[in-house]
Design a protein around this ligand. Structure first.
Ligand code: ZN
Length: 463
């Protein structure tokens, strides 16, 4: 049994009074965040002017400052749980750390700017509870949060309640959040899971995440986009036009805005659901799954809705596969970002110089192969795994053995991190491991069709 941090998210059915309390807690978290940010900026100013002041950079320091001044600046503080203010300050402390880590080169990925103030209606409404009365009731329809009290859930909490009753789960924290006009609670739970070393399947599958389809598999299976997403896209365009016709600050504009938010939320839900179904099948039915690398650092901010959705889809697919391959004992291989999966011929290895997005069919000028572009890419990805196995790379699940439970709140961040550097810095065993793998990659025969990427420091990362 291994302890794994897992989230359980349930939609809520709050009463109108409870809605106000939920919103108030999120507002309190935002207030504390903005207050802390102003304080930090002020102290930095004073420091620059030569004054000897301490800049509160950590959660404990921020919390101390807040407790000293809260009665003067926010005499209403007792209306909300103290966890709300702590939650806001925690968010600020993390943002400040991300910024310093990025500046000192300790953090990979996207550029991290200095934290900016949160604006009501423009930021995510959320608040996290880490202490106090957090409960899931055995009737599977109610939960309890500190200060907010008993809330009815919109769906059954069966999956979590069952684990709690069996004693294989422990709640670490609960986060309330709002999406469109619906409230959710997400429990961060330490779950005891049996992690197998393999799922008994030998097959390799390459997955190409597309725009036209949800995914194309190297086996030839085309997983279509859910129809609901296409319909939502049309609705979004219409509502967007409607929104821009409405007068600023009018009641009708507010109405359209809420409707648009609901359509967005529904599209995201449908898509996530489809991805969950796909990743579970992939992780249980195949021994090895190969996906493309995300263009993490230079993630293009593009204006095309469909393209942006596909990018988000790839990120979500990888995030889900990352932990599901662990749970079910399969292996995930992530191709090098420079590996030309779309431009390479899956039959002879010839590499096309240029392939535009509009070209839907791949035509090989060397052997005459004509194949659907996405299928060709998926086949190349699958072949990469075989190549990886031949060059003596570890073929077992690389993570199963020495997994440690991740700390609360760090779950999403770690899964998003791109390469070996994204893992815990203190995990020396892993670093050594990564180094050996890299040298194995460097020894790739350069005559292989993968020579284009073999010169780079690694062709793929095995998780
Ligand atoms: Zn060819």
């Amino acid at each position: 049994m291994t302890a794994v941090i897992q989230a359980y998210r349930f939609a809520l059915d709050p009463t109108p009074r409870q809605r106000r309390v939920l919103a108030s807690h999120c507002g309190a978290a935002r207030y504390a965040y903005n207050w802390g940010l102003r304080l930090v900026q002020q102290r930095m100013e004073q420091g620059r002017a030569g004054e000897d002041v301490e800049v509160p950079w950590t959660l404990s320091k921020l919390r101390r400052e807040w407790n000293q001044t809260k009665t003067q600046i926010a005499p209403w503080w007792a209306e909300n749980s103290k966890e709300a203010y702590s939650s806001g300050l925690d968010g600020l402390a993390r943002a400040l750390k991300n910024w310093t880590d990025h500046r000192s080169g300790r953090r990979r990925g996207r550029r991290m700017g200095f934290p900016r103030p949160k604006r009501k209606g423009h930021c995510r409404d959320a608040c996290r509870f880490t202490t106090g009365q957090i409960k899931v009731f055995p009737d599977r329809r109610h939960i309890q949060l500190p200060r907010i009290g008993v809330l009815k859930t919109h769906e059954s909490t069966r999956k979590l309640a069952r684990r709690l009753e069996q004693g294989t789960a422990r709640i670490i924290a609960a986060t309330i959040s709002r999406q469109a006009d619906r409230w959710f609670v997400s429990f961060t739970v330490e779950v005891q899971r049996h992690i197998p070393t393999g799922n008994g399947k030998a097959g390799v599958v390459g997955v190409d995440v597309g725009v036209r389809h949800l995914a194309v598999l190297s086996t030839g299976v085309v997983v279509p986009n859910p129809h609901a997403v296409q319909r939502s896209l049309r609705k979004m365009r219409r509502l967007n036009r409607e929104l821009h016709r409405r007068k600023l600050g009018s009641r009708r504009r507010g109405q359209t805005r809420r409707r648009l938010a609901r359509v967005h939320a529904r599209a995201a839900n449908v898509r996530r659901d489809a991805l969950h179904k796909l990743t579970t099948i992939l992780a249980t039915q195949h021994g090895t799954i190969v996906v493309e690398q995300l263009n993490l650092a230079g993630m293009v901010r593009n204006r095309h809705l469909a393209r942006a959705l596909a990018d988000a889809g790839l990120a979500e697919l990888r995030r889900q596969l990352y932990y599901k391959t662990d749970w079910y004992g399969s292996r995930l291989v992530v191709a090098d970002p420079f590996y030309p999966s779309s431009k390479t011929c899956s039959a002879c290895g010839w590499v096309k110089a240029k392939l535009t997005l509009a070209e839907r069919t791949f035509t090989c000028e060397a052997c005459g192969l004509r194949l659907d572009r996405d299928l060709n890419a998926a086949r190349n990805l699958a072949m990469l795994a075989e190549h990886v196995a031949q060059s003596g790379w570890e073929t077992q699940n690389a993570r199963g053995a020495d997994r440690k439970p991740q700390l609360a709140g760090q779950v999403a961040m770690k899964r998003e991190a791109g390469g070996p550097g994204g893992r815990e810095a203190g995990n020396a065993a892993f670093r050594k491991d990564a180094a050996t793998r890299r040298s194995a990659a460097a020894g790739c025969p350069s005559a292989s069709p993968w020579s284009a990427s073999a010169g780079r420091d690694q062709a793929a990362t095995v998780w």
